[in-house]
Design a binder for this molecule. Structure first.
Ligand SMILES: Cc1cc2nc3c(=O)[nH]c(=O)nc-3n(C[C@H](O)[C@H](O)[C@H](O)COP(=O)(O)OP(=O)(O)OC[C@H]3O[C@@H](n4cnc5c(N)ncnc54)[C@H](O)[C@@H]3O)c2cc1C
Length: 656
């Protein structure tokens, strides 16, 4: 263990999750408060004083946390000014970065940390650490880096696997500044159409009903008012609530950085609701809230139309989750120019510049724990060989279920504080993706450019979706799929024609329960037999047929269809039950206590968590998980550094 202790030498300071004097004072006040019976005016006065002291304590803790100095280097020293280089379109050159296969001699010496999983959650944490001077090894089980951000090429079509549109990237938001920092500003974003989404209700024997979702503050509400004039007041009410919850959304993260006992105190006393309204609203499901606002079922559906972006139907998801998405896309959406693989392609050099590496075909089978109970490395499986790699810190960005149920020794995992929580929570729903190649340019087709469609087979899609997911596989084969997300990714990428001139791609995503195909889970990929292939094809063609009904001009140009099932997600994305968004985004997951425990710093020394199971799914959710994780691992408030560099960048731009 020659590297052991390299990163963990620092003494506790105020910004650590330590039990210091403020904590002690608060706890004493609470204990005295609940144990000494005081009545009448005295009781009110005592409670007021206790409340004041507690409030003061929280403020002091927060100030200390957010202003404390750290001995780790600031990863975000200067705004990025590097000019954007021409895109690399030579696939061999791209593969040389994205597909660096694991071998023992490629593992750098004197590692500071190992990151498991090369999705944006793992890459972002690794890149921030690299920018703070740390040497990080990222290990990926698939044959290329990127996780949900990887792309695949088949029959001369290239498909994104898990990126269709991202908010806050097509303008200089704080998130964009963060992303520029970890890509050296090399990823450019193409804005989607002003109407980035369209909601379509397609019911048999009824005319199609289309509702565009227009970006820009106030645009969507005002369009809706024109379509539902008698609902004007209710539409205002809904968007006012979105605004109200928006305020609390950012502050909800506080529970992940305050000491857990303090979160418990704030939560049990109800004081947490004075810091953020998030948890109060999270107690209500999206369905409950929209049902309370209007009796118009179509409008109720429209308010929650994009629940498919996190996969949890409105009756199971807390209201804030929906508001997070509406605010995320309020100013529109963007798409990475050159496709989603640009993301990993541009982050990897930043990790390598500090001596790190991103190696693929490197399945981590075990997180090693030393005799003091500290994470001290990993075991990697390549083919039949097993390799042990040591590092003083392990960051898992491979999902909580993978980490605790597969990689950690059972005795360690089952005695951790997260274990009972994982028993209570659930895997997010499985999904099917259909990748379609069309043999002509997009301009020759009557399709949507730079815009997504949410196609529903009727009203009350919470009920429709839950009913569908409760069908048996055979029953499901006989009915229309109630919810389809359809987009034409090639139309979003201005670089597409440089590589794939004359071709167009369509992507369809929908929910599909894992158990429908679970019986083939142990069979080798591509060798699951005719029955599996037949079922997969039937579901896939059904989805394509539904898309053709909406876009008839594509019917004669379908040249390629490839269907990804929950088992494909399991194989290529390492998703244990074929889920595409990690933990299910239920109310329970976002309750204050659970949300607090789902933090990057675990109770296993040396083990940290990043990715979509920390904040939320989505590119941005996982990206912010990476920042929180790097903060915990570096013992430094990286958010402060980011805000500072963001302001600096703005000032520089202004002065030019
Ligand atoms: C079909 C689909 C469409 C989506 N569309 C959008 C969208 O339009 N916009 C948006 O913002 N978000 C979208 N998302 C969600 C978003 O892509 C994800 O939430 C986010 O990228 C997750 O990042 P992550 O790093 O947490 O996880 P992942 O990207 O899943 O990365 C985890 C990585 O860990 C690896 N791994 C697992 N186990 C091991 C192991 N034992 N050893 C080594 N490696 C391991 C996996 O192979 C994987 O590469 C979509 C997702 C999917 C699947």
């Amino acid at each position: 263990m020659e590297n052991e202790g390299k990163l963990i030498l620092r003494k506790k300071r105020y910004n650590k999750f330590s039990f210091d004097w403020v904590s002690l004072l608060l706890l004493s006040c609470y204990v005295i408060g609940v144990n000494i019976p005081i009545t009448g005016k005295m009781a009110v006065l005592s409670l007021l004083i206790l409340g004041l002291i507690a409030g003061l304590g929280v403020v002091v803790k927060a100030v200390l946390y957010f202003t404390a100095k750290s001995t780790s280097d600031n990863p975000f020293k200067e705004p990025v000014t590097t000019p954007v280089k021409p895109k690399v379109i030579d696939q061999k050159k791209r593969d040389a970065v994205l597909k660096q296969g694991f071998s023992e001699n490629k593992v750098p010496a004197n590692l500071d940390a190992i990151v498991v999983g090369s999705g944006i959650g793992g890459l972002s944490a690794a890149a921030i650490m690299a920018k703070a001077g740390k040497r990080v090894l990222v290990l990926e089980q698939h044959d290329q880096a990127g996780g949900c951000c990887h792309t695949f090429i088949d029959k001369n079509y290239e498909f994104d696997v898990g990126i269709h549109y991202i908010g806050e990237m097509q303008y200089q938001s704080v998130t964009k500044t963060y992303f520029d920092q970890i890509t050296d500003g090399q990823v450019e974003w193409e804005p989607l159409d002003e109407t980035y989404d369209e909601i379509v209700f397609s019911e048999p024997d009824k005319p199609l009903r289309k509702y565009p979702v227009r970006s820009g503050i106030g645009n969507w509400p005002s369009d809706l008012k024109k379509r539902f004039p008698s609902e004007e007041a209710n539409i205002d009410k809904f968007f006012a609530l979105v605004e109200e919850v928006r305020e609390g959304n950012t502050k909800s993260i506080l529970v992940k950085v305050l000491p857990l006992w303090l979160v418990w105190f704030l939560n049990t006393t109800g004081l947490l609701n004075y810091l953020t309204t998030f948890y109060k609203w999270n107690a209500k499901s999206c369905k409950e809230v929209v049902y309370g606002i209007t009796e118009n079922q179509e409008l109720r559906d429209i308010f929650c139309y994009c629940f498919g972006d996190f996969g949890t139907p409105p009756s199971k998801a807390g209201f804030p989750m929906q508001t997070l998405l509406h605010t995320h896309f309020q100013k529109g959406a963007g798409y990475p120019i050159g496709g989603a693989s640009e993301i990993a392609f541009q982050i990897i050099p930043v990790i390598e510049a500090a001596g790190g590496k991103v190696l693929v075909r490197a399945e981590v089978t075990k997180i090693a724990i030393d005799n003091k109970g500290k994470a001290c490395g990993v075991q990697v499986k390549k083919g039949k060989e097993l390799y042990n790699i040591q590092a003083p810190m392990v960051i898992s960005a491979a999902g909580l279920y993978n980490t605790y149920e597969r990689m950690l020794p059972l005795d360690i995992a089952s005695s951790s504080r997260i274990w009972p929580i994982l028993r209570d929570l659930e895997h997010g729903p499985g999904a099917m993706s259909v990748f379609v190649g069309l043999d002509c340019p997009a301009e020759e087709l009557d399709i949507y450019h730079k815009k997504n469609v949410w196609l529903f087979s009727g009203n009350d899609f919470d009920k429709l979706t839950l009913n569908y997911l409760n069908l048996t596989r055979e029953e499901a084969l006989d009915v229309d799929i109630p919810l389809l997300f359809i987009s034409f990714p090639s139309t979003k990428d201005p670089e597409w024609n440089k590589k794939y001139k004359g071709k167009t791609t369509m992507a369809i995503v929908t929910l599909m329960p894992y158990h429908w195909l679970e019986q083939w889970k142990d069979d080798r990929v591509m060798k699951r037999g005719d029955e599996y292939e037949g079922i997969k094809k039937t579901f896939g063609h059904k989805a394509v047929e539904q898309a053709c009904r909406l876009f008839p001009s594509i019917r004669d140009h379908v040249d390629y269809v490839n269907v990804g099932t929950p088992l494909s997600n399991q194989h290529y994305l390492g998703a244990p039950r074929g889920e595409i968004y990690g933990l299910d985004h239920t109310k329970e997951r976002f309750s204050a206590w659970v949300n607090a425990v789902l933090r990057p710093k675990t109770d296993i020394p040396g083990l940290f968590i990043s990715g979509q199971d920390i904040c939320s799914c989505g590119f941005s959710g996982a990206l912010w998980g990476g920042l929180l994780c790097a903060s915990a691992a570096l013992e430094r408030n990286v958010f402060n550094d980011l805000v500072a560099v963001h302001k600096k960048g703005k000032a520089v731009k202004k002065s030019n």
